[in-house]
Write a protein of this length. Sequence first.
Length: 388
Amino acid sequence: MKTIELVFFDAGGGHRSAANALCEVSRREQRPWDMQMMNLQELLDDTDIFRKITGIRFQDIYNLMLRRGWTLGSKEMLGPMHAIIRMFHPQQVKGLERYWSSKKPDMVVSVVPNFNRALFEAKQSALPGVPFVTILTDMADYPPHFWLERQGPQYVICGTERALDQALELGHAPERVFLVSGMILHPRYYDIAPVDRAAGRAALGLDPNLPTAIMMFGGAGSAKMVDIAKRLNDSGLDLQVIAICGKNETLETALRGLRGKVAMHVVGFTNEVPKYMQLADFFIGKPGPGSISEAVAMGLPVIVETNAWTLPQERFNAVWVEEKGVGIALRNFSRGIVDATRRMLDPIQHAMFTDQVAKLKNRAIFEIPEILNGILSHGCTQIHTDKD
């Protein structure tokens, strides 16, 4: 049995979610693999300068920023952050070398950004000949030194044409770069049985026949959801909202306390996002690769926002939304959410968006194990997926 080590961390929820999804689909497909998850934050705690100064791990600071909406200037913060990572690069490599010298997996798969130089160098030293694979869980790289490094030989798996082009432009060998049909989604998004939408809405205390938006800003939620809800309440539009707050209890309490014309069903943290999306007509939320991909997989056009507060690695996602014609990218929710919602409520415009959504068939979670199997079996060079 081959051992595959999946390197993740908890700065945002997407990295752990991607690793969990790969483990689950490999289990379902009965792959002869021992899928082991390694939390990079825990391994590199001794070199976490943020933890040494503040007592708080870097990933926890990042998640606090998301929860509070403190993302203005995040683009400018990348330079100093990468400088700190480079400062501790030798210690990071040594720690990873010690770890892998005892673990000895047959493949290392990274679903994290920022640390792939250290991961690769340590792997090359401790595990020569063992393949190293980077799976981008963002729709595009944000160079330099974010997802992709000028290093090799390694393998890169991309979910968009833009990321593929970036990998090739950086000099990665074409036979080692793979394009799959989207971002990694948990297999539960493909297990969905048809539902009676009217009955499902009624069970939530909503009108069975009224257009319904689902609003979600990731696992940490966002205070923007309160402002959006208030603006929709004051808009005079005929709709209702399912609001998913994640682990943000303050947000959940604030939304439950709102009163107005627009009915709202408020949900805290849940693993049943696909069920709630089945009851909705469109999505409102942050331009995260996971949120957008989940909505599109469930047939929902999207309304997202992109501006100076948007995380730099997520800014391309808004471009992708408009290029693919699957939704609306606003510069500002506060000024644009009512008009954007009005467009989604127009039957002709909504049909145009949903037609474009229906053209996208994301099967990445099933394509990636085939690629990994080819690398393990053949050392990789000619591997074909459904995208070929």
